[in-house]
Structures are given as structure tokens and as C-alpha cells.
Design a protein around this ligand. Structure first.
Ligand SMILES: NC(=O)CC(=O)C(=O)O
Length: 277
């Protein structure tokens, strides 16, 4: 596949799960009519407010309302859907993960990614959030082999860990999808910088999709969903409001960048034994 059409839905997330699923369905249908994308991406925690106090109640095991709905939509609409993330009920009684499910265009489950790095932040007077109070961390790196090529998945805070992206690139990822919900403190400071850095470091496409900012919510999402190319250039970006992010990605261009500026080949990995296990 030489090009792939990617659509992100920067949707408003409310306190009502049913409304959130209806919103996702409505934006998916509208986005398909307007753009005929190959891949649709939803935001991090798209069925629940991004707030620890909601995660247990809104959590579901695979086969719950959210995955059933998205799976059905993927099949009916014949489109691959990277379903942002939801609080997933794990195997243990109190285990909840922040999980992305990915469905192919026949509704088949292609895979899932559980957020590996939990977001614990404490900036006095600005933002305190501790995912690890409620969520459990994923233990696996996710690169899915799809008909559009290999796609890596990372969720939000995962983007701050460059080693993860190097491994995904090494495993063949050409596009990394990042459902993410930065906030109004870290977003302006780091969101663009990180998305562009991960794309440039690894010479991959990055598509990062946030919820829209909801002024009534306890957590103010930054928005600014963006697609970045392997040269580090922003191809499309939203502001904080609801909307669609769209681009057709050219895989030949990725090979061109890698040929012209062969940083991956020029690595001196024998000198980089920096991480002690
Ligand atoms: N919400 C997150 O997981 C991460 C984030 O907001 C940040 O890293 O900043």
C-alpha cells in the first residue's frame, strides 16, 4: 500500500457513556462520508471523562457496550478503527487498564495496546493526576501487522519514552498512532515537541488524537490532535474544539526521507548501551 488515508475524530467527551458512544458513531459516519478514510482513530478515554473517579464505573471487559459498538461500526462501514482507548476491566478483580482496541474492516479484532507508562504528575497549583492510583500498566509493546503496513500504538504518556518508539520502529512500524489527552499545563509545553520528536527520531508518521476540550470537565484536555510526517513536519493540526484531523500519508515519502537523511543507518548502537536493566 503506497498511501493510506488517516482520519482522527477529536470528539467531545461527556459524563454519559451512551452519549459518548453516540458521538463516536456520529463522527465516524460523518467522517466516512466526507473523507472516505482507510483508518479512523478515536481519542484516549473516548467513552469516559478522563478522571480516575469515573474509570471503575465506565470500565468494560472485551465484549462490553463500547467494543461491541465499535466492532459493529468497523464491519458495517468497512473501515479499520483504532478505538482511542477505554478503561478495560482486566482479569483481576480490581485490574483496570487504559486500553486501545483495533478493529479491521470486517470487524475482526486486530489487537490491543494497554498503556505501558501510567501518567503520574504533581505540579503544585497546576495539575495533580495519578493514574497509578486506579489503573494497572500494560506489559507489552504493540506493533500490528495490517493491510496498510505495520502500525505501532502508544497511549499519551507513552510518547515521553523514546526507547519505546525505537523498538516499534525496529519492529517495522511506519505509522505510530497515539490516542492522547495532554492537558492545558503540559500540552502547550510539550505536546507538539514530543509528537514531532518521535516522528523525526524514528522517521515515521505519527498521528496523535485527543478529546476536544470540555470546559465543564475536571481535566481540561489540550486538544491539538496532529499528524506529523517523517521529516518532523506537521501535516494537519486542530485547535481545542471538536473536529476532524485528516491526511493521506505517502509511504514512498517516508522511504525518500530515510534515503536522503539515513539517521537510522548511521546509528552507532555499539556505543549506546545507556539503559541498565
Ligand atoms: N495524560 C497523559 O497520559 C500524559 C500527559 O498529559 C503528559 O504527559 O503531559
Amino acid at each position: 500500500m503506497k498511501t493510506v488515508k488517516v482520519l482522527g475524530c477529536q470528539m467531545m467527551v461527556e459524563e454519559d457513556k451512551k452519549m459518548n458512544l453516540e458521538k463516536a458513531e456520529e463522527m465516524i459516519a460523518r467522517g466516512i462520508r466526507k473523507y472516505q478514510p482507510d483508518i479512523i482513530i478515536l481519542p484516549e478515554m473516548f467513552n469516559t471523562p478522563y478522571d480516575n473517579s469515573y474509570f471503575p464505573e465506565f470500565s468494560e471487559a472485551y465484549g462490553g457496550d463500547t467494543t461491541l459498538k465499535i466492532q459493529k461500526l468497523a464491519k458495517e462501514q468497512g473501515v479499520m478503527i483504532i478505538a482511542g482507548s477505554i478503561p478495560e476491566q482486566g482479569e483481576g478483580e480490581k485490574e483496570i487498564y487504559n486500553t486501545t482496541y483495533v478493529f479491521g474492516s470486517k470487524g475482526e479484532l486486530l489487537g490491543k495496546h494497554r498503556k505501558i507508562h501510567l501518567f503520574d504528575i504533581d505540579i503544585p497549583g497546576k495539575i495533580t493526576f495519578k493514574e497509578s492510583d486506579v489503573l494497572s500498566p500494560g506489559e507489552e509493546i504493540t506493533v500490528l501487522d495490517t493491510k496498510f503496513g505495520k502500525i505501532g500504538i502508544a497511549i499519551c504518556y507513552d510518547v515521553r519514552f523514546p526507547e519505546l518508539f525505537q523498538i516499534m520502529e525496529k519492529e517495522g512500524a511506519r505509522l505510530v498512532v497515539i490516542p492522547g489527552a495532554f492537558n492545558t499545563t503540559t500540552g502547550p509545553a510539550h505536546w507538539e515537541l514530543l509528537m514531532r520528536s518521535r516522528a523525526l527520531d524514528n522517521q515515521v508518521y505519527v498521528a496523535a488524537v485527543s478529546p476536544a476540550r470540555n470546559s465543564k470537565a475536571s481535566y481540561q484536555a489540550y486538544g491539538h490532535s496532529m499528524i506529523v510526517d517523517p521529516w518532523g513536519r506537521i501535516l494537519d493540526e486542530l485547535e481545542e474544539k471538536e473536529g476532524f484531523l485528516y491526511r493521506e500519508l505517502d509511504i514512498d515519502y517516508l522511504h525518500q526521507v530515510r534515503g536522503e537523511l539515513p539517521t537510522r543507518k548511521n546509528r552507532r548502537v555499539s556505543l549506546y548501551d545507556t539503559i541498565k536493566k
